[in-house]
Design a protein around this ligand. Structure first.
Ligand SMILES: Cc1cc2nc3c(=O)[nH]c(=O)nc-3n(C[C@H](O)[C@H](O)[C@H](O)COP(=O)(O)O)c2cc1C
Length: 377
Protein backbone atom coordinates (compact mmCIF):
# COMPACT_ATOMS: atom_id res chain seq x y z
CA UNK A 1 0.00 0.00 0.00
CA UNK A 2 1.29 3.45 -0.90
CA UNK A 3 -0.73 6.64 -0.44
CA UNK A 4 1.38 8.90 -2.68
CA UNK A 5 -0.02 12.36 -3.38
CA UNK A 6 -3.37 11.44 -1.81
CA UNK A 7 -2.01 11.84 1.72
CA UNK A 8 -0.78 15.39 0.99
CA UNK A 9 -3.89 16.77 -0.72
CA UNK A 10 -5.40 19.71 1.14
CA UNK A 11 -8.86 18.89 2.46
CA UNK A 12 -11.60 19.09 1.56
CA UNK A 13 -10.65 17.51 -1.75
CA UNK A 14 -12.78 18.69 -4.67
CA UNK A 15 -11.72 16.90 -7.83
CA UNK A 16 -12.82 16.60 -11.45
CA UNK A 17 -14.60 13.29 -12.05
CA UNK A 18 -13.42 11.24 -15.04
CA UNK A 19 -15.87 11.44 -17.94
CA UNK A 20 -15.38 9.53 -21.14
CA UNK A 21 -15.81 11.80 -24.16
CA UNK A 22 -15.85 14.90 -21.95
CA UNK A 23 -12.82 15.21 -19.67
CA UNK A 24 -10.28 15.00 -22.47
CA UNK A 25 -7.01 16.95 -22.50
CA UNK A 26 -8.49 20.28 -23.74
CA UNK A 27 -11.30 20.17 -21.16
CA UNK A 28 -8.89 19.32 -18.34
CA UNK A 29 -6.60 22.14 -19.46
CA UNK A 30 -9.52 24.59 -19.19
CA UNK A 31 -10.68 23.30 -15.78
CA UNK A 32 -7.09 23.38 -14.47
CA UNK A 33 -6.72 26.98 -15.62
CA UNK A 34 -10.07 28.36 -14.44
CA UNK A 35 -11.36 26.02 -11.73
CA UNK A 36 -8.22 24.51 -10.21
CA UNK A 37 -9.79 21.32 -8.85
CA UNK A 38 -7.75 19.44 -6.23
CA UNK A 39 -6.95 16.76 -8.82
CA UNK A 40 -7.78 15.64 -12.35
CA UNK A 41 -8.59 12.11 -13.48
CA UNK A 42 -8.41 11.25 -17.18
CA UNK A 43 -11.16 9.58 -19.18
CA UNK A 44 -10.86 5.82 -18.82
CA UNK A 45 -8.62 3.84 -21.18
CA UNK A 46 -8.95 0.17 -21.96
CA UNK A 47 -6.05 -1.92 -20.69
CA UNK A 48 -6.59 -4.66 -23.26
CA UNK A 49 -6.41 -2.08 -26.10
CA UNK A 50 -3.08 -0.81 -24.75
CA UNK A 51 -1.90 -4.38 -24.43
CA UNK A 52 -2.59 -4.86 -28.15
CA UNK A 53 -0.60 -1.78 -29.07
CA UNK A 54 -3.49 0.63 -29.74
CA UNK A 55 -1.49 3.85 -29.75
CA UNK A 56 -4.65 5.85 -30.40
CA UNK A 57 -5.92 4.91 -26.94
CA UNK A 58 -3.10 7.02 -25.52
CA UNK A 59 -4.82 10.24 -26.59
CA UNK A 60 -6.86 9.95 -23.37
CA UNK A 61 -3.56 10.09 -21.47
CA UNK A 62 -2.48 13.54 -22.65
CA UNK A 63 -2.24 16.13 -19.93
CA UNK A 64 -0.73 19.45 -19.04
CA UNK A 65 1.57 20.05 -16.07
CA UNK A 66 -1.06 22.44 -14.70
CA UNK A 67 -3.34 19.49 -13.99
CA UNK A 68 -1.14 17.92 -11.33
CA UNK A 69 -1.88 15.84 -9.44
CA UNK A 70 -3.18 14.03 -12.49
CA UNK A 71 -4.33 10.42 -12.40
CA UNK A 72 -4.69 7.98 -15.31
CA UNK A 73 -7.87 5.94 -15.21
CA UNK A 74 -7.89 2.44 -16.71
CA UNK A 75 -10.49 -0.29 -17.15
CA UNK A 76 -10.67 -3.86 -18.31
CA UNK A 77 -10.71 -7.41 -16.94
CA UNK A 78 -7.28 -8.91 -17.42
CA UNK A 79 -4.93 -8.49 -14.42
CA UNK A 80 -1.94 -8.93 -16.75
CA UNK A 81 -3.17 -6.15 -19.03
CA UNK A 82 -3.73 -3.95 -15.94
CA UNK A 83 -0.14 -4.64 -14.91
CA UNK A 84 1.19 -3.42 -18.25
CA UNK A 85 -1.18 -0.43 -18.47
CA UNK A 86 0.00 0.68 -15.02
CA UNK A 87 3.59 0.66 -16.24
CA UNK A 88 2.56 2.67 -19.31
CA UNK A 89 0.85 5.30 -17.10
CA UNK A 90 3.90 5.43 -14.83
CA UNK A 91 6.21 5.97 -17.82
CA UNK A 92 3.95 8.80 -18.98
CA UNK A 93 4.58 10.62 -15.70
CA UNK A 94 1.18 10.34 -14.02
CA UNK A 95 0.86 10.93 -10.27
CA UNK A 96 -1.39 7.93 -9.74
CA UNK A 97 -3.45 5.22 -11.40
CA UNK A 98 -7.18 4.80 -10.85
CA UNK A 99 -9.02 1.56 -11.61
CA UNK A 100 -12.53 1.95 -12.99
CA UNK A 101 -14.94 -0.38 -11.17
CA UNK A 102 -17.97 1.82 -11.77
CA UNK A 103 -18.79 2.10 -15.45
CA UNK A 104 -22.35 0.80 -16.00
CA UNK A 105 -22.36 0.79 -19.83
CA UNK A 106 -23.17 -2.57 -21.43
CA UNK A 107 -20.05 -2.41 -23.61
CA UNK A 108 -17.90 -2.28 -20.47
CA UNK A 109 -19.77 -4.01 -17.64
CA UNK A 110 -21.16 -6.66 -20.01
CA UNK A 111 -17.58 -7.91 -20.38
CA UNK A 112 -17.17 -7.99 -16.61
CA UNK A 113 -15.18 -4.72 -16.52
CA UNK A 114 -16.16 -1.44 -14.82
CA UNK A 115 -19.07 -1.95 -12.43
CA UNK A 116 -19.19 -5.58 -13.61
CA UNK A 117 -16.27 -6.20 -11.22
CA UNK A 118 -18.59 -5.65 -8.24
CA UNK A 119 -19.95 -9.13 -9.04
CA UNK A 120 -16.49 -10.70 -9.21
CA UNK A 121 -14.78 -9.49 -6.02
CA UNK A 122 -11.91 -11.97 -6.25
CA UNK A 123 -11.01 -10.71 -9.72
CA UNK A 124 -11.37 -7.10 -8.55
CA UNK A 125 -8.85 -7.79 -5.78
CA UNK A 126 -6.50 -9.53 -8.19
CA UNK A 127 -6.61 -6.47 -10.46
CA UNK A 128 -5.80 -4.04 -7.63
CA UNK A 129 -2.89 -6.24 -6.52
CA UNK A 130 -1.63 -6.53 -10.06
CA UNK A 131 -1.51 -2.72 -10.40
CA UNK A 132 0.19 -2.44 -7.00
CA UNK A 133 2.77 -5.01 -8.07
CA UNK A 134 3.37 -3.07 -11.31
CA UNK A 135 4.16 0.20 -9.52
CA UNK A 136 6.37 -1.68 -7.09
CA UNK A 137 8.31 -3.32 -9.95
CA UNK A 138 8.46 -0.08 -11.92
CA UNK A 139 9.80 1.88 -8.96
CA UNK A 140 12.47 -0.83 -8.63
CA UNK A 141 13.59 -0.19 -12.21
CA UNK A 142 11.57 -2.61 -14.37
CA UNK A 143 11.64 -1.38 -17.97
CA UNK A 144 8.81 -1.34 -20.51
CA UNK A 145 10.71 -4.01 -22.48
CA UNK A 146 10.99 -6.26 -19.42
CA UNK A 147 7.29 -5.73 -18.70
CA UNK A 148 6.37 -6.92 -22.21
CA UNK A 149 4.72 -3.65 -23.29
CA UNK A 150 3.71 -3.62 -26.98
CA UNK A 151 6.47 -2.27 -29.23
CA UNK A 152 4.26 0.47 -30.76
CA UNK A 153 3.40 1.80 -27.30
CA UNK A 154 7.07 1.77 -26.26
CA UNK A 155 8.04 3.68 -29.42
CA UNK A 156 5.35 6.28 -28.78
CA UNK A 157 6.33 6.79 -25.13
CA UNK A 158 10.06 6.90 -25.86
CA UNK A 159 9.47 9.52 -28.55
CA UNK A 160 7.59 11.67 -26.06
CA UNK A 161 10.23 11.16 -23.39
CA UNK A 162 12.88 12.26 -25.90
CA UNK A 163 10.86 15.35 -26.77
CA UNK A 164 9.97 14.16 -30.27
CA UNK A 165 6.61 14.03 -31.98
CA UNK A 166 5.80 10.33 -32.25
CA UNK A 167 5.26 9.10 -35.79
CA UNK A 168 1.82 7.52 -35.73
CA UNK A 169 1.28 7.57 -39.47
CA UNK A 170 0.95 3.79 -39.46
CA UNK A 171 -1.44 3.70 -36.52
CA UNK A 172 -4.98 2.66 -37.38
CA UNK A 173 -7.34 5.59 -38.00
CA UNK A 174 -7.28 7.49 -34.75
CA UNK A 175 -10.22 9.64 -33.75
CA UNK A 176 -7.68 11.95 -32.18
CA UNK A 177 -4.25 11.89 -33.77
CA UNK A 178 -1.82 11.70 -30.87
CA UNK A 179 0.99 13.16 -33.00
CA UNK A 180 -0.85 16.47 -32.99
CA UNK A 181 -1.77 16.07 -29.39
CA UNK A 182 1.84 16.34 -28.31
CA UNK A 183 1.44 20.06 -27.79
CA UNK A 184 -0.68 19.26 -24.75
CA UNK A 185 2.50 18.42 -22.87
CA UNK A 186 4.06 21.51 -21.46
CA UNK A 187 7.35 19.86 -20.52
CA UNK A 188 9.02 17.82 -23.20
CA UNK A 189 11.36 15.99 -23.07
CA UNK A 190 10.77 14.42 -19.68
CA UNK A 191 12.04 11.59 -17.50
CA UNK A 192 9.46 10.12 -15.14
CA UNK A 193 10.65 9.87 -11.57
CA UNK A 194 10.72 6.21 -10.59
CA UNK A 195 8.63 6.39 -7.46
CA UNK A 196 5.89 4.27 -5.96
CA UNK A 197 2.63 5.57 -7.38
CA UNK A 198 -0.67 5.25 -5.53
CA UNK A 199 -3.38 2.94 -6.86
CA UNK A 200 -6.97 4.05 -6.31
CA UNK A 201 -10.42 2.73 -7.24
CA UNK A 202 -13.55 4.46 -8.48
CA UNK A 203 -16.71 2.47 -8.05
CA UNK A 204 -20.44 2.35 -7.25
CA UNK A 205 -22.43 1.19 -4.22
CA UNK A 206 -23.56 -2.06 -5.87
CA UNK A 207 -24.60 -3.90 -8.99
CA UNK A 208 -28.38 -4.29 -8.80
CA UNK A 209 -28.77 -3.30 -5.12
CA UNK A 210 -26.54 -1.50 -2.62
CA UNK A 211 -23.89 -3.82 -1.14
CA UNK A 212 -21.76 -0.94 0.05
CA UNK A 213 -20.31 -2.34 3.25
CA UNK A 214 -19.45 -5.77 1.89
CA UNK A 215 -17.96 -4.27 -1.30
CA UNK A 216 -15.94 -1.54 0.42
CA UNK A 217 -14.53 -4.10 2.90
CA UNK A 218 -13.47 -6.24 -0.05
CA UNK A 219 -11.66 -3.30 -1.61
CA UNK A 220 -10.04 -2.25 1.67
CA UNK A 221 -8.45 -5.68 2.05
CA UNK A 222 -6.19 -4.59 -0.83
CA UNK A 223 -5.48 -1.18 0.71
CA UNK A 224 -6.12 1.15 -2.22
CA UNK A 225 -4.87 4.70 -1.59
CA UNK A 226 -8.30 6.20 -2.29
CA UNK A 227 -11.81 5.04 -3.06
CA UNK A 228 -14.12 7.34 -5.04
CA UNK A 229 -17.70 6.20 -4.57
CA UNK A 230 -20.62 7.13 -6.80
CA UNK A 231 -23.79 6.69 -4.70
CA UNK A 232 -25.72 4.71 -7.30
CA UNK A 233 -25.82 1.04 -8.31
CA UNK A 234 -24.96 -0.09 -11.82
CA UNK A 235 -28.64 -0.80 -12.43
CA UNK A 236 -29.55 2.80 -11.64
CA UNK A 237 -27.12 4.06 -14.27
CA UNK A 238 -27.62 7.83 -13.79
CA UNK A 239 -31.29 7.78 -12.76
CA UNK A 240 -32.76 8.71 -9.38
CA UNK A 241 -30.56 10.37 -6.80
CA UNK A 242 -27.16 9.36 -5.49
CA UNK A 243 -27.53 7.76 -2.05
CA UNK A 244 -25.25 9.70 0.28
CA UNK A 245 -26.28 7.56 3.28
CA UNK A 246 -24.52 4.66 1.59
CA UNK A 247 -21.51 6.89 0.93
CA UNK A 248 -21.46 7.80 4.67
CA UNK A 249 -21.34 4.08 5.56
CA UNK A 250 -18.37 3.65 3.23
CA UNK A 251 -16.62 6.70 4.71
CA UNK A 252 -16.80 5.15 8.19
CA UNK A 253 -15.30 1.90 6.96
CA UNK A 254 -12.48 3.62 5.06
CA UNK A 255 -11.52 5.70 8.08
CA UNK A 256 -11.80 2.75 10.47
CA UNK A 257 -9.34 0.85 8.30
CA UNK A 258 -6.68 3.12 9.77
CA UNK A 259 -3.99 2.91 7.10
CA UNK A 260 -4.67 6.46 5.90
CA UNK A 261 -6.78 5.89 2.81
CA UNK A 262 -9.09 8.65 1.66
CA UNK A 263 -12.63 8.45 0.33
CA UNK A 264 -14.35 10.79 -2.10
CA UNK A 265 -18.12 10.87 -2.45
CA UNK A 266 -19.64 11.37 -5.87
CA UNK A 267 -23.03 11.98 -7.38
CA UNK A 268 -25.18 15.04 -8.09
CA UNK A 269 -22.88 17.66 -6.54
CA UNK A 270 -23.88 20.97 -8.11
CA UNK A 271 -21.66 23.52 -6.35
CA UNK A 272 -18.81 23.92 -3.86
CA UNK A 273 -21.43 24.73 -1.18
CA UNK A 274 -23.15 21.44 -2.00
CA UNK A 275 -19.80 19.68 -1.73
CA UNK A 276 -19.09 21.16 1.72
CA UNK A 277 -22.54 20.15 2.96
CA UNK A 278 -22.08 16.54 1.81
CA UNK A 279 -18.57 16.38 3.26
CA UNK A 280 -19.82 17.57 6.66
CA UNK A 281 -22.84 15.26 6.63
CA UNK A 282 -21.06 12.10 5.54
CA UNK A 283 -17.46 12.40 6.73
CA UNK A 284 -15.91 11.86 3.31
CA UNK A 285 -12.54 13.52 2.63
CA UNK A 286 -13.91 15.24 -0.42
CA UNK A 287 -15.96 14.84 -3.57
CA UNK A 288 -15.63 14.43 -7.30
CA UNK A 289 -17.72 16.71 -9.50
CA UNK A 290 -18.75 15.45 -12.92
CA UNK A 291 -21.74 16.72 -14.88
CA UNK A 292 -22.04 20.04 -13.05
CA UNK A 293 -18.70 21.03 -14.64
CA UNK A 294 -20.20 20.93 -18.15
CA UNK A 295 -19.66 24.43 -19.54
CA UNK A 296 -18.64 25.56 -16.05
CA UNK A 297 -14.90 25.05 -15.41
CA UNK A 298 -15.14 27.61 -12.56
CA UNK A 299 -17.30 25.31 -10.47
CA UNK A 300 -14.31 24.08 -8.43
CA UNK A 301 -13.25 27.60 -7.46
CA UNK A 302 -13.95 28.16 -3.76
CA UNK A 303 -14.03 31.96 -4.30
CA UNK A 304 -16.19 31.70 -7.34
CA UNK A 305 -17.65 34.96 -8.67
CA UNK A 306 -20.56 35.12 -11.11
CA UNK A 307 -19.19 34.95 -14.67
CA UNK A 308 -20.32 37.40 -17.33
CA UNK A 309 -21.68 36.06 -20.62
CA UNK A 310 -18.68 37.61 -22.33
CA UNK A 311 -16.26 35.73 -20.10
CA UNK A 312 -18.12 32.44 -20.60
CA UNK A 313 -18.07 32.81 -24.37
CA UNK A 314 -14.43 33.89 -24.44
CA UNK A 315 -13.65 30.72 -22.52
CA UNK A 316 -15.66 28.73 -25.07
CA UNK A 317 -13.43 30.19 -27.81
CA UNK A 318 -10.26 29.45 -25.84
CA UNK A 319 -11.48 25.89 -25.25
CA UNK A 320 -12.15 25.45 -28.99
CA UNK A 321 -8.69 26.84 -29.82
CA UNK A 322 -7.06 24.49 -27.32
CA UNK A 323 -9.04 21.63 -28.82
CA UNK A 324 -7.61 22.34 -32.27
CA UNK A 325 -4.12 22.91 -30.92
CA UNK A 326 -4.19 19.47 -29.32
CA UNK A 327 -6.19 17.40 -31.79
CA UNK A 328 -5.52 19.28 -35.02
CA UNK A 329 -7.74 21.17 -37.46
CA UNK A 330 -10.20 18.66 -38.75
CA UNK A 331 -13.99 19.19 -38.93
CA UNK A 332 -14.65 15.51 -38.22
CA UNK A 333 -12.62 15.63 -35.03
CA UNK A 334 -13.96 19.07 -34.09
CA UNK A 335 -17.50 17.60 -33.97
CA UNK A 336 -16.75 16.27 -30.47
CA UNK A 337 -16.08 19.84 -29.28
CA UNK A 338 -19.62 20.95 -30.11
CA UNK A 339 -21.26 19.53 -26.99
CA UNK A 340 -18.97 21.77 -24.91
CA UNK A 341 -19.97 24.80 -27.00
CA UNK A 342 -23.61 24.01 -26.33
CA UNK A 343 -22.94 23.79 -22.59
CA UNK A 344 -21.22 27.20 -22.49
CA UNK A 345 -24.19 28.69 -24.31
CA UNK A 346 -26.94 28.77 -21.73
CA UNK A 347 -28.58 31.16 -19.28
CA UNK A 348 -28.68 34.34 -21.37
CA UNK A 349 -30.91 35.99 -23.95
CA UNK A 350 -30.73 34.38 -27.38
CA UNK A 351 -28.56 31.57 -25.99
CA UNK A 352 -30.55 29.00 -27.93
CA UNK A 353 -30.08 30.88 -31.20
CA UNK A 354 -26.32 31.10 -30.71
CA UNK A 355 -26.18 27.47 -29.61
CA UNK A 356 -27.84 26.34 -32.82
CA UNK A 357 -25.45 28.43 -34.90
CA UNK A 358 -22.43 27.03 -33.06
CA UNK A 359 -23.55 23.52 -33.95
CA UNK A 360 -22.66 24.38 -37.56
CA UNK A 361 -19.10 25.50 -36.70
CA UNK A 362 -16.26 23.33 -37.97
CA UNK A 363 -13.33 25.17 -36.44
CA UNK A 364 -12.29 27.50 -33.62
CA UNK A 365 -12.17 30.41 -36.10
CA UNK A 366 -15.78 29.77 -37.08
CA UNK A 367 -16.75 29.62 -33.40
CA UNK A 368 -15.07 32.97 -32.79
CA UNK A 369 -16.73 34.59 -35.81
CA UNK A 370 -20.19 33.32 -34.89
CA UNK A 371 -19.86 34.57 -31.30
CA UNK A 372 -18.65 37.96 -32.60
CA UNK A 373 -21.51 38.18 -35.10
CA UNK A 374 -23.91 37.46 -32.29
CA UNK A 375 -22.58 40.56 -30.56
CA UNK A 376 -21.27 38.99 -27.37
CA UNK A 377 -17.57 39.87 -27.67
C1 LIG B 1 -20.47 11.43 -20.13
C2 LIG B 1 -19.95 10.70 -18.93
C3 LIG B 1 -18.83 9.91 -19.04
C4 LIG B 1 -18.32 9.24 -17.91
N1 LIG B 1 -17.15 8.53 -18.03
C5 LIG B 1 -16.57 8.01 -16.92
C6 LIG B 1 -15.28 7.43 -16.96
O1 LIG B 1 -14.61 7.38 -18.01
N2 LIG B 1 -14.79 6.91 -15.81
C7 LIG B 1 -15.50 6.95 -14.63
O2 LIG B 1 -15.00 6.49 -13.60
N3 LIG B 1 -16.70 7.51 -14.56
C8 LIG B 1 -17.26 8.06 -15.66
N4 LIG B 1 -18.45 8.70 -15.56
C9 LIG B 1 -19.10 8.83 -14.24
C10 LIG B 1 -18.70 10.15 -13.57
O3 LIG B 1 -17.34 10.19 -13.29
C11 LIG B 1 -19.47 10.34 -12.25
O4 LIG B 1 -19.21 9.24 -11.43
C12 LIG B 1 -20.99 10.47 -12.46
O5 LIG B 1 -21.29 11.33 -13.54
C13 LIG B 1 -21.67 11.01 -11.20
O6 LIG B 1 -21.14 12.24 -10.82
P1 LIG B 1 -21.92 13.63 -11.17
O7 LIG B 1 -23.32 13.51 -10.65
O8 LIG B 1 -21.12 14.70 -10.45
O9 LIG B 1 -21.91 13.77 -12.66
C14 LIG B 1 -19.00 9.34 -16.66
C15 LIG B 1 -20.15 10.13 -16.57
C16 LIG B 1 -20.63 10.80 -17.68
C17 LIG B 1 -21.85 11.66 -17.53
Amino acid sequence: MHLGFWKNLAKPIIGLSPMDGVSDAPFRFITAKYGKPSLHITEFTNVEALNHGAVKALSAFLYDEMERPVVAQIYGVSPEAFYKATIVAAELGFDGIDINMGCPSKAVSGNGAGAGLIRTPALAQQIIRSCQQAVQDWSNGKTMYEAGIHRDIIDYIESLQNGKIPDTSNASAAPHQPNQAISARSCLPFTPKRQLLPISVKTRIGYDRPVTEEWIKTLLECQPANISLHGRTLKQMYSGEADWNEIAKAARLVHQSNYGATILGNGDIKSVADAHRRITETGVDGVLIGRASFGDPWIFDQNRQPRSIKEKLQTAIEHAEKYEEIFGQNPRIFAAMKKHLGWYCSGFNNAKELRLKLMTANSATEVKNLIKEHGHI
